[in-house]
Design a protein around this ligand. Structure first.
Ligand code: ZN
Length: 280
């Protein structure tokens, strides 16, 4: 089942840090300034932040957004979370349970900077301050192409670990790397989730919901574009121009094909008329 049209737009964030040591984590790391810019924009545009629990209870509003954080570095407590709380905003935090209190080893093996991740106490605290906690699978691994029993294990294990910490149901999962498992609808649903979020998927279902990426390069214009319905058809954020050219050329071709058909039809009509009046 495809998503309803009025489903809130969802942004994916990771790290918010001004420490130059974290520069190499870009675009997954954004500056404090960029984060403030995003929140200012949402306030100016009158967006309300929702979490999946709200959606599940049927809460909708024309202008709403779900802010999500993947991986959950501890440093979000230094700036991002206080900024959200100051503005009465909430967000959903996705953490891979095998790395609770650990670090982002999947980035480190690629030579990227190390970040300490939240532990069980942090997760509890997130709930206490009104945030929502979701699963990011147990291990931070690509689920697509993996044996469905292992996918099910990843999803159920992380759910039960988080639930034993926060003492309430965990209703959404963010697939690591946005990699939607095969048969996500069945497996994720059977694991007890109500929602599964991905990244930049165009065919959206409840278990593969699209999120867009916010980075330091974004401004008011790109934010509006990323939050628009048109952007949900857009796959590759790095290649915006190529995408636009493709869309324009598709439109141009459609126009040309339509025009050709009109010409052909009129030409046939002229011949028929001409035959009728014995001009040819
Ligand atoms: Zn992740």
């Amino acid at each position: 089942m495809l998503l309803r049209r009025n489903f809130p737009t969802i942004v994916m964030l990771h790290y918010v840090s001004d420490d130059p040591a974290h520069d190499d984590l870009r675009p997954w790391n954004i500056s404090r300034n960029s984060f403030t810019r995003l929140l200012d924009f949402l306030q100016q545009e009158n967006y309300r932040t929702l979490v999946f629990e709200d959606i599940d209870k049927g809460k909708r509003r024309a202008k709403s957004i779900i802010i999500t954080f993947d991986d959950c570095p501890k440093l979000l407590w230094d700036f991002a979370i206080p900024e959200l709380l100051k503005r009465n905003m909430k967000a959903v935090f996705y953490i891979p349970t095998a790395q609770l209190g650990g670090f982002n080893h999947w980035n480190v093996v690629e030579g990227k900077p190390r970040m300490d991740l939240m532990d069980g106490d942090d997760v509890k605290k997130l709930i206490e301050v009104g945030m929502e906690v979701g699963s990011h699978a147990h291990d931070h691994i690509v689920l697509r192409g993996m044996d469905s029993r292992e996918v099910a294990r990843q999803l159920t294990l992380s759910k039960s670990i988080l639930e034993s910490i926060i003492m309430k149901p965990v209703i959404s999962v963010a697939y690591p790397y946005g990699s939607v498992p095969v048969n996500a609808k069945r497996i994720t649903k059977e694991a007890g989730y109500r929602f599964g979020v991905a990244v930049k998927t165009t065919q959206q279902t409840r278990y593969a919901i699209r999120r867009w990426i916010y980075d330091d390069m974004d401004n008011t214009g790109t934010l509006r574009w990323k939050m628009s319905r048109a952007y949900t058809w857009y796959r590759d954020s790095e290649d915006k121009t190529a995408f636009l050219i493709k869309r324009l050329s598709q439109q141009a071709y459609r126009f040309y094909a339509g025009f050709k058909n009109i010409l052909r039809a009129n030409f046939t009509l002229i011949i028929l008329l001409a035959e009728d009046t014995q001009y040819i």
